[in-house]
Design a binder for this molecule. Structure first.
Ligand code: TXA
Ligand code: MG
Length: 310
């Protein structure tokens, strides 16, 4: 995609003044602010109506920039070399000299960091003197934004600027892995666990159980389209929208397909925008047909299960 440099300049100017700007990433859009500034980070929580105990992910251009704030280990280097920039977030220990705002980490000594791959986000990060704290650019507990229009739908004029970057190519949030001790997945995401496992060449535990508070954003209702959602449905009720992974021949106006042929990558990319579309089309509830529980299908199911907890 062609990068509009004057838009990046405008975003930079606002961020330098500790304002918030929405930025495109390959996973979902982020609501970004200077991660070294208490003021900017407070604005993020306020705009998103996000509980203060839910820490933010910090976005860096590269590992060199991260060095100032974090302690690395060999597992980090292995995964960084193979997958970054990309849809993976690392939980690490902050170092003593870190300038990261206490608002970002909820005063803890750990931090979640990631290196987004989207060319617009990379160009912006390269031009800044600070990393960007950026949660997903949606109202707290709702469906993430994968297009600039989604961000505007949620925040309207409250956001000073939305940096255009087209539709996010992955469409699901990053996979979060805690690397402080034995590698542990805290959130399923846009990067498949099987390929992470291959690189580390060891077992990885998955600990995204909502009853534990390691990653507060994984708790209870999340990713909600704002209307009830039922899973593994074979027979739909009157007035329900029907969400299917794969296009079928006998379609009806209330049928929505995540992909033509059941491709999980395509389905992931379309998931959030389709949920938003169904809500906009005034359906009162969503019935979801079974989605294969493999690869990215696991992440899609994870999001839909949380979205169904209304
Ligand atoms: O793909 C993504 O990760 C997107 C884009 C914008 O980068 N960001 C995103 O942020 O999904 P957010 O805030 O919606 O989700 C971040 C998750 C939350 O569940 C939060 O609890 C968890 O990361 N988190 C943040 N800091 C953490 C930490 N130090 N330890 C454990 N979990 C942490
Ligand atoms: Mg989020």
């Amino acid at each position: 995609m062609k990068i509009n440099l004057s838009n990046i300049k405008k975003a930079k100017k606002l961020l330098n003044k500790n304002e918030c700007v929405a930025i495109p990433t390959e996973t979902v859009y982020g609501l970004a602010g200077n991660a070294y500034s208490d003021l900017a980070c407070k604005k993020i929580y306020k705009l998103k109506k996000r509980p203060k105990n839910n820490p933010l992910i910090v976005h860096y251009y590269n590992a060199q920039d991260l060095k100032k704030d974090c302690n690395f280990n060999s597992n980090f280097f292995k995964l960084y070399k193979k997958f970054c920039p990309g849809p993976i977030t690392f939980v690490l220990n902050l170092n003593k000299n870190s300038q990261i705002s206490k608002i970002v980490t909820n005063k803890k000594n750990t931090i979640a960091v990631r290196f987004p791959k989207h060319p617009v986000a990379r160009n912006l990060l390269k031009n800044l003197k600070f990393p960007l704290a950026a949660p997903s650019a949606n109202l707290s507990s709702k469906v993430s934004a994968v297009r600039s229009a989604d961000v505007k739908e949620d925040f309207g004029k409250k956001i000073k600027f939305v940096l255009e970057g087209g539709k996010s190519s992955i469409g699901l949030e990053s996979t979060i892995i805690d690397l402080r001790n034995k590698p542990k997945i805290l959130r399923l995401g846009g990067m498949e666990i099987s390929i992470i496992r291959k690189v580390l060449n060891k077992k990885i535990t998955i600990d995204n159980n909502p009853s534990k508070i390691s990653t507060p954003g994984q708790l209870k209702l999340h990713y909600s389209p704002g209307i009830p959602l039922r899973l593994n449905v074979k027979k739909i009720k009157d007035n329900e929208a029907y969400l299917l992974i794969k296009k079928i021949k006998k379609t009806k106006p209330n049928y929505y397909f995540l992909s033509k042929k059941g491709d999980l990558k395509e389905a992931a990319k379309n998931l959030y925008s389709t949920l938003r579309k169904i809500k906009k089309n005034k359906y009162k509830s969503i019935a979801v047909a079974k989605i294969p529980n493999k690869g990215l299908g696991k992440t899609i199911n994870d999001r839909l299960i949380r979205a169904s907890k209304l």
